[in-house]
Design a binder for this molecule. Structure first.
Ligand code: FDA
Length: 388
């Protein structure tokens, strides 16, 4: 079968690109349904963009690569699309926009646009082989058990990253990139909970508090203790900058001055144990945990200014070494990917083969938590669509 464009991967980027590419488009996915990650995103409400999106919110070997696409398709462009389709949304926090009702509305909007554009959607279809010759690309597929050969001058790879293999994530995009001589930077799980030796935070499991977590970058968001380690937005954000063996720094009291609080309390409640004095600042369960972990003893009155300062420093710069991360099993994104050096930042086309495009998460552009990754998917898809 002949098409103008074959798009591999009917996720966020693939759907968006297919809807806007024009011409005869084949959109291929091995999953049963398109846009599965959109459907489960943002706790089922899809944090579909972030109004503060800028290059600084992305990790990439080339920090400048994402600029062009992001500038030409902005969060407000996607907001207009969503609003035109009658999808109600709200800002949760920090520029993060969510559907009022359901992420399924975003999937329905995109599949509706694809349908209106006459896109042929081939689901439960595996990609067996990709070849390129004088006639363009030939892709050997197996659609619901039946072989299908598709040809097109243009091929767009939108197969995402390796995160959550259970949902159908594969490294196909990286394999195709390598097949055509493009480099792929090292990939690793991003936006992922960090693990600690068993039982380390068992007694704190479920406890959440505002914190500042630093791993080069500082993120002021909620921190969540789990039975396996640390999670919550501040940790997920920090995880993208963390490398095996490194420490993370946790400020349990961002913006507060625990030394002042404890010193001021000393003449009034000096007979209180030091551990219980921490309850003025922290949840009691955490005071108990720190009391044990740091060997805190004595009453508040027994503490010199120096001792209180040392404790205060520990509370605002708690240094911890994670043993690992939860890995691709739960990571929201994959860091690294198709090296941007080989791609044209205006079109997402391979410089060495301009009919071959890479968009979305399979490219070495990874956003922070908070709607940035979808904005990259939309913007990179529109960059390619405009060039097709
Ligand atoms: P995406 O993963 O969406 O699509 C890739 C498609 O390719 C999939 O449909 C897959 O089945 C298909 N595919 C893969 N290999 C294939 C193969 N070998 N053959 C055929 N098809 C193949 N981001 C954000 O901005 N806001 C949010 O709220 C969230 N929330 C969120 C929650 C959870 C639980 C996760 C895991 C992720 C998020 N994200 C997010 C991240 C966001 O989902 C992600 O960055 C985008 O979906 C990436 O879009 P892509 O289209 O590049 O890949």
């Amino acid at each position: 079968m002949d098409f103008d464009t074959i798009i591999l991967g009917a996720g966020a980027a693939g759907l968006m690109c297919a809807a806007h590419a024009g011409g005869r488009v084949l959109l291929v996915d091995h999953a049963k349904r398109p846009g599965e990650k959109i459907r489960i995103s943002g706790g089922g409400r899809c944090n579909f963009t972030n109004t503060d999106t800028g290059p600084a919110n992305f990790l990439s070997e080339n920090q400048h690569f994402c600029k062009s696409a992001l500038a030409r398709y902005t969060p407000w462009d996607f907001v207009s699309l969503v609003s035109e389709h009658g999808i109600a949304w709200h800002e949760k926090t920090l520029g993060q926009l969510f559907c009022d009702d359901s992420a399924k509305q975003i999937v329905a909007m995109l599949t509706g646009l694809c349908e209106a554009a006459g896109v042929r959607l081939a689901l439960e279809t595996s990609v067996e082989r990709v070849d390129h010759g004088p006639e363009g690309f030939t892709v050997a597929l197996t659609e619901r058990g039946r072989p299908l050969s598709a040809r097109a001058p243009n091929l767009v790879v939108a197969t995402g990253g390796k995160s959550i293999p259970k949902m159908g994530a594969t490294g196909l995009g990286y394999d195709i990139a390598r097949q055509f001589g493009l480099a792929v930077t090292d990939t690793r799980p991003g936006l992922v909970p960090l693990t600690f030796p068993e039982g380390r935070f068992a007694g704190l499991s479920g406890l959440s508090l505002p914190a500042r977590v630093t791993t080069g970058h500082a993120f002021d968001e909620a921190l969540l203790f789990t039975h396996r380690g640390l999670s919550g937005p501040s940790i997920l954000q920090a995880s993208s900058y963390w490398r095996e063996g490194e420490e993370i720094e946790v400020n349990l009291l961002p913006g507060a001055t625990p030394f002042d609080t404890l010193r001021a309390a000393r003449p009034k409640v000096g007979r209180r144990s030091l551990v219980r004095s921490l309850d003025m600042l922290l949840p009691a369960r955490l005071s108990d945990h720190l009391g044990e972990a740091w060997g805190l003893s004595g009453n508040l009155a027994d503490q010199s200014d120096r001792a209180l300062q040392a404790l205060s420093d520990r509370l605002t710069a708690w240094r911890l070494t994670p043993s690992g991360s939860e890995g691709y099993r739960t990571a929201e994104v994959t860091l690294g990917g198709v090296a941007t050096d080989g791609l044209d930042s205006k079109t997402m086309a391979a410089k060495s083969l301009p009919q071959l495009y890479f968009i979305g998460e399979c490219v070495d552009v990874t956003g922070w938590l908070g709607g940035y990754n979808f904005q990259w998917a939309w913007a990179s898809a529109m960059a390619a669509a405009g060039a097709l």
